[in-house]
Design a protein around this ligand. Structure first.
Ligand code: MG
Length: 366
């Protein structure tokens, strides 16, 4: 089987809440996502999606996805899409770095492998380790009382895990954490995600002020070393996200005991092939994960679901259903949230069918 053509589509994803805000005054109102179609000479077509969280969150941005695809797509034409390690090594050889650019091609080739074998991706990724995938809800940063009200609203919809967007000033963040915890039950999970927004003294003030609260602290500061310093002075469970970009970062952090959980974002690390490698390393190290991505629509949500479905429940701390945050459907067959959970499709590959009217005309054809 050979790759014969690659197309990319650009889609704007508006938000039900209108705006998603996080640390340092950052926000996004319309997400710019890129859907990738990989065609083969076997008549099988695979699909992937990459949607950076704006341009201020990670070293990734929507135009970068598409300019990077224009660079590497011609260089994978003619390859066998089922040879995923060979494909990944080729992509890494022809474009150094920029893992997020490669993610949608990698995921589309997993979709092709599934369709070619008649198996859902979760089975190819190790098998069905859990049935219902527990989801977290990200709570956009606004005033503390309004955030607590949103936590209560989403809890009433079935979510039991909440990721509070903090990383503003320490005083208001302390109020945010206490207000949100006050509307939850003891069995609910609360994570305070600073998204690199605190300097170390601010992080110290927050972790001291909420040390009696049942809350996880996520990515307090920009660098690994700053996060590690805060981790070592706090007894609260600790999550790393932005600073874990690949296997090397993960191995160092495991060796340092730098966290209790990582957030594994599939496009950030380059797609399912590399995310699976990190997932399996985390399991071997006894480290649970939130399995997710930077953002996305139906195809990203389906991809998350397959990796999460094939992850043992005790190592799957939570996952994300990004397709419930937006107003636009871009594929049929994607997971739909029920009671704060989702499940991957049992159909071959990702189990999704793109809605071509939603994708529009290709913006790149190779
Ligand atoms: Mg995070």
């Amino acid at each position: 089987m050979r790759i014969t053509a690659i197309k990319a589509y650009q889609v704007d994803l508006a938000l039900r809440e209108g705006r998603y805000s996080w640390s340092n005054g950052n926000y996004v109102e319309v997400f710019d996502t890129t859907v990738v179609e990989v065609q083969t000479d076997a008549g099988i077509t695979g699909w992937g999606e990459c949607c950076p969280l704006g341009s201020a969150y990670l070293p990734a941005y929507a135009l970068g996805v598409r300019s990077g695809l224009a660079e590497i797509a011609p260089k994978v034409i003619g390859m066998d899409p089922r040879d995923l390690m060979v494909l990944n090594r080729r992509m890494d050889a022809v474009l150094r770095g920029h893992p997020y650019v490669k993610a949608a091609i990698d995921v589309a080739c997993w979709d092709i492998l599934g369709k070619a074998t008649g198996l859902p991706c979760y089975q190819l990724l190790g098998g069905r380790e859990q049935d219902d995938i527990g989801l977290y809800r990200a709570i956009s940063q606004i005033e503390p009382d309004a955030m607590a009200a949103n936590v209560a609203t989403y809890r009433a919809q079935g979510y039991t895990k909440f990721q509070l967007k903090v990383g503003a000033d320490a005083d208001s963040d302390i109020v945010r954490i206490r207000a949100a915890r006050a509307v939850l039950q003891p069995s609910d999970v609360l994570v305070a995600d600073a998204n690199t927004g605190w300097t170390m003294h601010e992080a110290a003030r927050v972790v001291n002020a909420v040390r009696d609260v049942d809350v996880y602290i996520e990515q307090p500061s920009p660098t690994y070393e700053e996060c590690l310093a805060t981790r070592r002075r706090s007894s609260l469970p600790f999550v790393l996200d932005e600073v874990i970009g690949g296997v090397g970062d993960l191995m160092r952090a495991i060796a340092d005991g730098a966290m209790d959980i990582i957030n594994l974002k599939i496009s950030k690390v380059g797609g399912l092939t590399k995310a699976r490698q990190m997932r399996d390393l985390c399991i071997s190290a006894g480290l649970p994960m939130t399995i997710e991505d930077t953002w996305g629509g139906d195809i990203v949500t389906a991809t998350i679901a397959h990796l999460a479905q094939s992850t043992p429940a005790e190592f799957c701390f939570s996952a994300t259903d990004f397709n419930s945050y937006g107003t636009k459907d871009i594929a049929a067959g994607a997971p739909k949230r029920f009671n704060g959970n989702m499940r991957a499709s049992d159909a071959p590959g990702l189990g999704i069918t793109p809605i071509m009217e939603a994708l529009g005309r290709p913006v790149l054809e190779v």
